[in-house]
Design a protein. Sequence first.
Length: 365
Amino acid sequence: MERDLKTPESAHPARWWHAIDGGRIQCDLCPRDCKLHEGQRGACFVRQNIEHKMVLTTYGRSSGFCIDPIEKKPLNHFYPGSAVLSFGTAGCNLACKFCQNWDISKSKDMDRLMDAASPEGIAGAASAYGAESVAFTYNDPVIFAEYAIDTAIACHKQGVKTVAVTAGYIHPEPAKEFFAVMDAANVDLKAFTDEFYVKLCGGHLQPVLDMLAYIHHQTSCWLEITTLLIPGKNDSSAEVKALSEWVAKELGPDAPLHFSAFHPDWKLEDLPPTPASTLTHARHIAMDAGLHYVYTGNVHDTEGGTTFCPACEAALIERDWYNIRHYDLPTDGCCPHCRMPIAGRFGKFGKPFGSQRIPVRLARR
């Protein structure tokens, strides 16, 4: 008899909801404000009305664990060269037609959730494997906020840092608790028009901008931003300029901004990949807007991957994709040539993890 390897759904009590008329409940986690009848699931598919209470069906369940470089998140100013234990669950509260992880984020039968792990088990595994951080990624961690928060607390108890890779589509109240336990976040700013968010993501732009400002100004969470440039959709010079100017004005010149290359996937398979020249052009626009740290991603581009001192322009961290080729930044995070402080979180630099990707299985607990 073949053994069923799937991890059964959980019925973990969820937070951030309230009862409304007609025996329904409303989810207060994200701006979608899903109103659910008995047995109905939210747009994210993982939060469900069971007996007139909200439950999280993916608590303690994962689509897999992998150790990879922190640069893959991407985070270029958060302990460069370090290893991170990455994992996700299933589902998403946006509906991006260009999703690069659609097999996980759009999963509804939960067949992909093969691994089970407690928050303490994840923290212990990160420590055992020598990963400095745990990253909540692959699908958006805000939809499993209860699991992510508990895991982050367990990680901190063992000296492990935490990273959220998110679209930032979350209400302010749960965001306070969520980002309070995150040491770093890369927020996916998908475009700079509401029309793009509505037509291609099923959401809105303003809540994301508000969340970016909140993270930067009201938390201690280190913030970097990624925009996937999609040919003909969000890559015009005017839109890139407007986005870059907003970041410079609202978040300041030291906020790292990554422009990444799109590859045809999910429901946008008819579009071409993003030319490297588009990324380079966008980088120049953003730097002209006053940003100090602008990067290109998903391409081999040494200049676009290198961290330069904004004062003396010395190349301090030279990268080729996820590989660090040269590192010249002391533990105090100041340029060794002119002593300009480099924005970010830095420590002792050893042998970089590189472009490895090591799948791991956690023992069931």
